[in-house]
Design a protein around this ligand. Structure first.
Ligand SMILES: *Cc1c(COP(=O)(O)O)cnc(C)c1O
Length: 825
């Protein structure tokens, strides 16, 4: 999407007179001496690389001073361990942070190159599946913007999130190749390499002093090589580091085998090692349950901890002071093995006593929980752990024994209750509960919205919460306003600057002043015009990608996120069919023209989710080609949802679909991005929707459906789906129509499986919430027909989103969890 340039010029005023010529010369030099191309033959990609490298130089100029200051002033460091970082593109993001966007636009223009074209050339760094990975990326940006000495640790996947193609309505997955053209942002660190071990046996050896030391003799060792990407904060003052690890074998090949003619065998250990960092697991909320996944988790956790321990010893000399200088945040349980790894490093490698080591862990680690879905809570089979990480398994047994002994000594629990809080699940096949390990080994455990944190205390973590009532805290998620407002929506940013003042760019709380303009007809009109411009651009994109023409004056009603049953894209498309039926039945009513926009990926093995994609596309096919509708309704599924697509779609959306089954979406962050850009939300009382409603007020959000406790009740007492269907001719018709092949004439039974499922066991309350959702959608339509009311609400949504800045979230972590100072607002 192109940004309107005159808008950003004014925002970038302080740096306006930076030297366009210097930047132009830098780009030409990079093109020649780093890319090796003559401008005459340079491709768009060559220009992108040259430009990115020139920008990176400016970032490095701020990176070294930051690193030096941290080194000399020794502030407490924060390490954010995450198996996913869903970063997206960095060129415009960096330019925006440095205040160089317009200078660069001019410099490139003098070279006959369009910055907007280069923006689109950059591949998304998609090292994550969805919300969890995107949160990590927003947090990296906010930590840098707030001047925190923050480090990200993760995996440098050769292939990130798969590329989604739609063929005949079905999703197909293609490998993603973000590194194919080279990555201009990273620095390889061949000198920063750690050995990561797997398998083998553990020897208990008595020392001359009569103590037992454990020596691990691993069967296999791989190397973790560091790649550093500078993470530049707002205004370019502070630059942190994201360190991603790539795997390789210590010996590139076995020369003896190669010389014998066994060319493949000679490379076997190299391929086995490299497989660790080859692909991102394409499942965001179910454990892959695979050996390779555990290998990945241990790989990056061990590399990160070795790096942290080395740096701490170098700076402070004594590992017992680690908690004074270091806070480690575990982003979900994927890095939970870090707790056992830290114990191993301290005890086996550095001779620290058990109790001291455990104290260090408990004061250093913190854990963020992201889901209460039972199938998504990581459990590793004990035999797998014993085989792959024998020493870690011993340590986990010992942590568990001490944990349970302590509880028994207190006499606080019965044996049955003790079983519930044991780190080892004993019923059925024995498994290690990684969530429990994370809880026991942490200083603070947090949920990601007020509702989610309450549910943690009441449900999954209730037994542990009773034992440690102060440990669970809430940290409602946030998003970086730099990417999701300033970069995605420069027009709205300018409107804010013109109304409440440009201080809003540095202090998101100033957004609240925008509420005073809610009834200002001129401001409403400007807001509408800015949206209209984004909608026209998105209409162009839809036409180019799908060949479907949509009307930019229709309401853009958007549901973009991972495809999952609990996110209920099915509820949306069923209601869309009901709307289609009603429009055909009463063609002369004053219908609100709508474009239903969907996008999202389904995990490759998630059949029901893939079928929902197919259904959306089948419905789209029929609806978009029905001339009797006169274009009143269009349905589009945009393939390959990613950060860049989100940046294009969100500012062009009027209505934000946040309709998860109550109690199942931990927070959501998509909901925040939309509301910040002034879309009105139709949603359930789930995750952060609750807090959005509290802030924007009941009149400016469309809340429907069962609440979390009612969902629980239905699941206990029955769904009553037959009664629901009997009472609603509308639902009957929709189910009959889809069930009899109305949208899939070639395969009339294609959807009977999901529909029968709804009637038999409506676990996600699709039928249970249908009526309430459909009625709320009619209210939405009525409000759309009253533009003054609609744009009033839009202004109030934007105005009340200040709380959802990830700067606020990170300040809260800094104060309550990490104990680190933060740059004042
Ligand atoms: C924000 C974001 C998400 C998370 O969206 P939810 O609606 O909170 O599930 C997922 N993917 C991308 C690309 C995002 O930008």
């Amino acid at each position: 999407m192109s940004a309107s340039s005159d808008v950003a010029v004014r925002i970038a005023l302080p740096t306006e007179d930076q030297d366009v010529a210097a930047l132009r010369r830098a780009i030409v030099a990079k093109l020649a001496y780093s890319v090796g191309k003559d401008p005459i033959v340079a491709t768009e990609h060559d220009w992108f690389m040259a430009t990115a490298l020139a920008v990176r130089d400016r970032i490095v100029d701020a990176w070294f001073p930051t690193t030096r200051t941290i080194y000399t002033e020794k502030p407490k460091r924060v390490y954010y361990l995450s198996v996913e970082f869903l970063i997206g593109r960095l060129l415009y993001d960096s330019l925006n942070a440095l205040g160089l966007a317009e200078t660069m636009r001019k410099a490139l223009a003098e070279l006959g190159v369009d910055l907007e074209v280069l923006r689109e050339v950059e591949p998304d760094a998609a090292l994550g599946n969805g919300g969890l990975g995107r949160l990590a990326a927003c947090f990296m940006e906010s930590m840098a913007s707030l001047g925190i000495a923050g480090y990200g640790y993760g995996i440098r996947y050769d292939h990130g999130m798969f590329r989604q193609k739609i063929k005949d309505g079905w999703q197909s997955e293609l490998p993603e190749t973000w590194l194919a053209g080279g990555n201009p942002w990273e620095f390889e660190r061949p000198d920063v390499v750690y050995h990561i071990s797997y398998g083998g046996s553990v020897e208990a050896r008595e020392t001359p002093e009569g103590e037992i030391r454990h020596i691990w003799h691993p069967a296999e060792t791989v190397e973790a090589v560091a790649y550093d990407t500078p993470m530049v904060g707002w205004r370019g003052k502070h630059v942190n580091t994201l360190r991603l690890w790539s795997a390789r074998a210590p010996d590139p090949l076995r020369l003896d085998a190669f010389n014998r003619g066994d060319h493949l065998g000679a490379l076997a250990s190299q391929s086995r090692a490299q497989a660790i960092s080859q692909v991102l697991y394409p499942a965001d909320d179910s454990p892959a349950g695979q050996e390779l996944r555990l290998r990945q988790e241990h790989f990056f956790s061990s590399a990160a901890l070795q790096d942290i321990v080395r740096r701490h010893l170098h700076q402070h000399g004594d590992l017992k002071t680690l908690p004074d200088h270091v806070a480690i945040q575990l982003n979900d349980t994927h890095p939970a093995i870090s707790i056992a790894e830290m114990m191993r490093l301290l005890i086996d490698n550095h001779g620290v006593e058990w109790d001291d080591a455990w104290d260090v862990c408990r004061r250093t680690f913190n854990y963020t929980n992201h889901t209460l879905l039972p199938e998504a809570l990581e459990h590793w089979p004990v035999p797998l752990m014993e085989r792959m990480l024998p020493r870690h398994m011993q340590i986990i047994y010992l942590i568990n024994a001490r944990h349970l002994d302590e509880l028994r000594a207190k006499g606080a629990l019965s044996e049955a209750e003790i079983g519930a809080v044991s780190l080892i699940e004993e019923s059925g096949a024995r498994q290690v509960r990684m969530g429990w390990l994370s809880f026991i080994g942490s200083h603070r455990v947090n949920g990601v919205s007020a509702l989610h944190t309450d549910l943690m205390r009441q449900t999954v973590f209730a037994p542990l919460h009773r034992l440690y009532p102060d440990r669970i805290v809430n940290k409602t998620n946030g998003i970086t306003f730099r990417r999701w407002l300033m970069e995605a929506n420069p027009g709205l940013t300018q409107l804010l600057a013109d109304t409440v003042g440009s201080a809003v760019l540095d202090n998101t709380e100033r957004l609240a002043d925008f509420a005073a303009y809610a009834d200002d007809a001129g401001v409403q009109e400007r807001f509408r015009a800015i949206r209209r411009e984004h909608k026209a651009q998105l209409s162009g994109l839809i036409h180019r990608r799908l060949g479907v023409k949509v009307d930019p004056d229709a309401m853009f009603d958007t549901h973009i996120k991972r495809i999952h049953e609990y996110k209920r894209q099915l509820l949306n498309i069923l209601e869309t069919v009901a709307l289609y039926d009603a429009m055909r039945a009463q063609p002369t009513r004053n219908w609100t023209p709508r474009v239903k926009i969907f996008a999202g990926k389904a995990a490759a093995s998630y059949q029901n989710a893939k079928l929902v994609i197919k259904l959306i596309n089948d419905v789209a096919n029929v609806v978009n080609n029905d001339p009797t509708l006169r274009g009143l309704l269009k349905v589009v599924f945009l393939p390959n949802y990613n950060v860049s697509l989100a940046e294009a779609v969100i500012p062009a959306s009027d209505l934000s679909e946040q309709i998860s089954t109550a109690g199942m979406e931990a927070s959501g962050t998509g909901n925040m991005k939309f509301a910040l850009n002034g879309a009105l939300t139709i949603g359930t009382l789930d995750g952060a929707n609750v807090e959005i409603k509290d802030r924007v007020g009941d009149d400016n959000i469309f809340i429907f459906g069962l609440e979390a406790h009612e969902v629980e009740q239905r699941r206990r007492e029955g769904f009553g789906t037959e009664e629901i269907i009997r009472r609603s001719p509308m639902i009957q018709q929709v189910l009959d129509q889809i069930g009899s092949g109305g949208f899939s004439p070639a395969e009339p039974n294609l959807y009977s499986h999901i529909l029968d499922g709804l009637v038999r066991h409506d676990h996600f309350l699709v039928l249970g919430d249908f009526q309430s959702y459909a009625e709320k959608q009619r209210e939405v339509a009525a409000k759309w027909r009253d533009p003054a009311a609609w744009w009033r609400s839009a202004i109030l949504n934007t105005a009340h989103m200040g709380f959802f800045s990830s700067d606020r979230t990170i300040r809260d972590y800094a104060e309550e969890i990490w104990g680190v100072p933060v740059k004042p607002a």
